[in-house]
Ligand binder design. Structure first.
Ligand SMILES: Cc1ncc(C[n+]2csc(CCOP(=O)(O)OP(=O)(O)O)c2C)c(N)n1
Length: 537
């Protein structure tokens, strides 16, 4: 039986185990929609193309399987780009498939024609235009492979509509996939050199990039940390060394004399390794399969070119042969991570109005203790939530510092973990970016619970204005105390409005018990986050 190019695309996706296509419809991709009929793949259709990519990103981060988004050409593709940047910085395996004008019209002013590949290139690992219907299956397999290979990240494939609609005789399709290059193993001697340096250091630290800092890979890092007694910390926050989740462990970074960077670049988030974040004597070992950027070569003790997960396994195995004596330093870092300012205890119990963000955290924490997932996003309120909440499964907007992805990420989290409750802590400004994804959540019966810290302000920026320009010059950051809870209700979801801290717990309970996507709109005190932003990068 002859199939269309769109059939080949969908078959290649299902053959690779892709179950959800995060999407928003458009002329150029309707053939792909049609080809999903009767196949084991579901269209999760959203209210904005960026939301579709954020969902693919969330799926990618939580499952380590590429999340796939499908959008239409031109404006649909352009809408998706900012979300690709978020996925790129989060090192998330994502494939963006975009419809494209027919090949015969390229360069002739076709409907919704732009150079989509060029537009996607800066925010992807690879981007190309499919050129032959016979190879569409191979294109898809390659895109999925590249998204996960090495440092994970987004990959883009533009699909001309004529290619998708053309009929491809069975005999013409090429089902064989190209051989994938295997990374060369790291030499034993280099592994031994890394271990020797670590064993000789007084206060070594392991820092990971976003991909190594989550789920399966983080467990590998934990095993290395146990085997070597060297403390490990994930670095995924745009506030970097000021990540509020670090608590007092921030102070340990500057005490380190050697840092093992696992897939982590010495970038703005680590203040490029400079004092005062790190001691001038501190040296770095970089492990990565792409060229890591360390500006000051004298700070590099060793570079290991290799796949970080593979190198971590080798180091853990070989570590058994070495003597390790960093337990007390490890305990110091762990204790610092668990140390929060003394006044926080009182703020967590405070009955004052407007409600302090830590009081909100105190009410939310018991709901997270049974394994619920937490998504944090936005400015100061998001930072308070990251500092004040502990969750076994947590997603944050990530190194991009781009706000707005929380609700789509939560939809992806609920799809990934249907049995867990999914809570979202986000600012009122941030809620506005993708509020209508509550509608998507409703249509797919995904009861996520959004807790909006409403201070009627883009507070993170307002706080910077206060610091740098003064209150009398602060403009353009005010919002309204809007009833975002009623937005959820209007869509058919559940809404709660909370001004009294004593009502927080019952409001959250009602939201959970409603079984609906919910918005708990909490009027909060717009206090500055516990740590400041990195404004000097
Ligand atoms: C896409 C994007 N636009 C703008 C910004 C700049 N920005 C960072 S935090 C923030 C304010 C967030 O306000 P809100 O969500 O209300 O949280 P609050 O700081 O008030 O707690 C803004 C505008 C950004 N980081 N990303």
């Amino acid at each position: 039986m002859a199939r269309t190019g769109a059939d080949l695309v969908v078959e290649a996706l299902t053959a690779a185990g892709v179950k959800n296509l995060f999407t928003l419809s458009g002329n150029q991709i309707l053939s792909v929609y049609d080809a999903t009929n009767g196949r084991a793949i579901r269209l999760i259709h959203t209210r904005h193309e960026a939301a579709a990519v954020h969902m693919a990103d969330g799926w990618g981060r939580l499952t380590e399987q590429p999340g796939v988004a499908l959008v239409t050409a031109g404006p649909g593709h352009c809408n998706a780009l900012s979300a690709l940047y978020v996925a790129l910085m989060a090192e998330s395996p994502v494939v963006l498939l975009s419809g494209h004008c027919p090949r015969s019209q390229i360069g002739r002013g076709a409907f919704q024609e732009i150079d989509q590949v060029a537009a996607a290139r800066p925010v992807t690992k690879a981007a190309w235009l499919a050129e032959d219907p016979k190879h569409l299956g191979e294109d898809i397999a390659t895109a999925l492979y590249l998204a996960s290979a090495g440092r994970p990240g987004p990959v883009h494939l533009s699909l001309p509509s004529d290619l998708l609609e053309s009929v491809v005789p069975d005999a013409a399709t090429d089902a064989t996939l190209p051989e994938r290059p295997r990374p060369a193993p790291v030499a034993d001697a280099l592994i031994a050199s890394v271990l020797r340096l670590l064993a000789e250091a007084k206060r070594p630290l392991i820092l990971t990039g976003p991909a190594m800092g989550r789920t399966i890979l983080w467990r590998k890092v934990e095993r290395l940390s146990e085997a070597t007694t060297i403390p490990a910390l994930p670095m995924e926050s745009p506030r970097g060394v000021n990540d509020p989740w670090l608590h007092a462990a921030k102070g340990c970074l500057s005490k380190a004399d050697l840092v093992l960077l696992l897939g982590k670049k010495l970038d703005f988030s680590l203040r490029f390794g400079r004092p005062p974040a790190f001691s001038p004597q501190c040296r770095f070992i970089q492990v990565g399969d792409d060229a890591e950027q360390i500006g000051d070569e004298t700070r590099v003790a060793l570079t290991v070119r290799g796949d970080p997960p593979a190198v971590v396994s080798r180091l853990t195995e070989a570590a058994q042969e070495w003597p390790w004596q960093h337990r007390s330093w490890g305990a110091e870092v762990a204790a610092a991570r668990n140390t929060t300012p003394a006044e926080w205890e009182q703020l967590r119990r405070s009955s004052r109005r407007p409600i302090h963000p830590l009081r909100v955290c105190a009410a939310v924490q018991p709901f997270l203790d049974d394994g619920a997932a937490l998504v944090c996003d936005g400015g100061e309120f998001g930072q308070w939530a990251q500092a004040g909440l502990e969750a076994g499964c947590r997603l944050i907007n990530g190194l991009s510092g781009g706000i707005g992805s929380a609700l789509p990420l939560a939809v992806a989290a609920k799809l990934s973990y249907p049995r867990r409750n999914v809570f979202v802590a986000l600012g009122d400004g941030t809620f506005g970016f993708h509020a209508l994804e509550l509608d998507t959540a409703l249509r797919y019966r995904l009861p996520i619970i959004a807790i909006v810290g409403n201070d009627a302000c883009w507070n993170a920026e307002y706080q910077l204005q206060l610091q740098h320009y003064g209150a009398e010059r602060a403009v353009g950051c005010d919002l309204l105390f809007s009833r975002y809870d009623k937005v959820a209700e209007a869509l058919g979801g559940h809404g709660e409005y909370v001004e009294d801290p004593d009502e927080l717990t019952t409001a959250l309970k009602r939201a959970v018990e409603s079984g609906l996507p919910a918005c708990v709109n909490v009027i909060i005190d717009g206090v500055a986050a516990p740590v400041s932003q990195l404004r000097d990068h």
